[in-house]
Design a protein around this ligand. Structure first.
Ligand SMILES: [Zn+2]
Ligand SMILES: [Zn+2]
Length: 329
């Protein structure tokens, strides 16, 4: 029977960096009345030092065979207990290539040490769907001024969206509490998911998918865009996320003037959201900020600036250090 299924296809458990064991995840979603969920624990590359670090911290799946076995066992119990369809998957993350890709309905591992095309092909060979994870900035993450997470945010898929629009099966236009309007305007096939890591992440964007409660028609429905976003609000999202309020209390981050003692900084990048977030964070640290969106817009005034951050590829590695060095000079 075709019906509107309540789904969430991006969920992490203690099998990677989630805080809730898979059985408990099934219980939470089953009791909340969901029809289908995807378990997509992290599989990081082993090419980058940070990737290796994540393995040693237990934030990447260690044993793929037992991972898929565990999901298989749990899915049988989920079906019997809650009539919940559990779909095995992975979030394949490569910090060198700079992508996070969801593989939905997989049978085995995918090599994370390869380029985007390779990952998509491997997912398709297994009959799975390849979906772009949080292709745009996750602002809810960055509001607390978490510069490390801005620095590490994967942008490769979005930067090269023309190349991948024919290859990826769908794009997350909503993730957690974030909506990626810029992505939705591309009119690509889309999904909304929680990126569940903690209990309170149940309150987040999800997808209603018009399909039968069965993997193949569900995947087809995503491809055919028989899908609608919805925000699942459990008990009114109680008592968290004060950051958004703090953000709105500030003046416009781009206009913001810093304290007397700090220098001026010109931020140049073509990703306007990113420029805005950097301006906001640096402004809070007391710097005077000027912004531009391409390399040609500097005028004499701006050239007198103390420091300039320019990175057309949006990898702002160590930008705080760059800034402080410039200031010392
Ligand atoms: Zn991710
Ligand atoms: Zn994730």
């Amino acid at each position: 029977m075709t019906e509107w299924l309540m789904t969430d296809l991006h969920i992490h458990t203690t099998l990677s960096d989630g805080t809730i064991p898979i059985e408990e995840v099934v219980k939470i979603y089953g009791e909340a009345g969901f029809d289908a969920i995807g378990i997509t624990d992290h599989l990081f590359d082993t090419q980058s030092p940070r990737g290796l670090e994540l393995y040693s911290e237990g934030k990447s799946i260690k044993d793929l065979k037992s991972y898929f076995q565990r999901i298989e066992e749990v899915s049988r119990w989920a079906k019997e207990s809650y009539d919940l369809l559990v779909i095995p998957g992975l979030e394949i993350c490569n910090l060198v290539e700079d992508y996070h890709i969801l593989g939905i309905d997989l049978k085995e591992g995918v090599n994370p040490n390869q380029n985007t095309e390779g990952v998509i092909e491997e997912i398709h060979r297994q009959g799975g769907l390849a979906i772009a994870s949080h292709p745009h900035l996750k602002l809810s993450y960055f509001m607390p001024g978490n510069n490390i997470s801005i620095q590490r945010h994967p942008f490769h898929l979005w930067k090269h969206r023309e190349r991948y629009s024919q290859k990826l099966d769908a794009w997350e236009i909503a993730n957690g509490e974030d909506l990626f309007t810029a992505v939705s305007l591309e009119h690509l096939p889309f999904v909304g998911n929680s990126d569940f890591h903690e209990r309170h992440h149940l309150t987040s964007w999800k997808s209603l998918i018009h399909a039968e409660k069965e993997k193949e028609t569900l995947k087809q429905a995503i491809l055919q865009r028989k899908l609608s976003l919805f925000f699942f609000n459990e008990n009114g999202s109680k008592g968290k996320r004060v950051q958004a309020k703090v953000f709105h209390e500030e003046t416009d981050p781009v206009e913001q003037k810093g304290g007397e003692g700090k220098g001026k900084v010109l931020i140049v990048d073509d990703e306007r959201d990113l420029v805005g977030m950097l301006a906001y964070n640096l402004g809070k640290k007391g710097y005077q900020i000027s912004t531009a969106y391409n390399g040609r817009s500097q005028n004499d005034e701006e050239l007198k600036m103390l420091g300039m951050i320019y990175d057309s590829s949006v990898r702002l590695t160590g930008w705080v250090d760059v800034l402080l060095n410039l200031r010392d000079r």
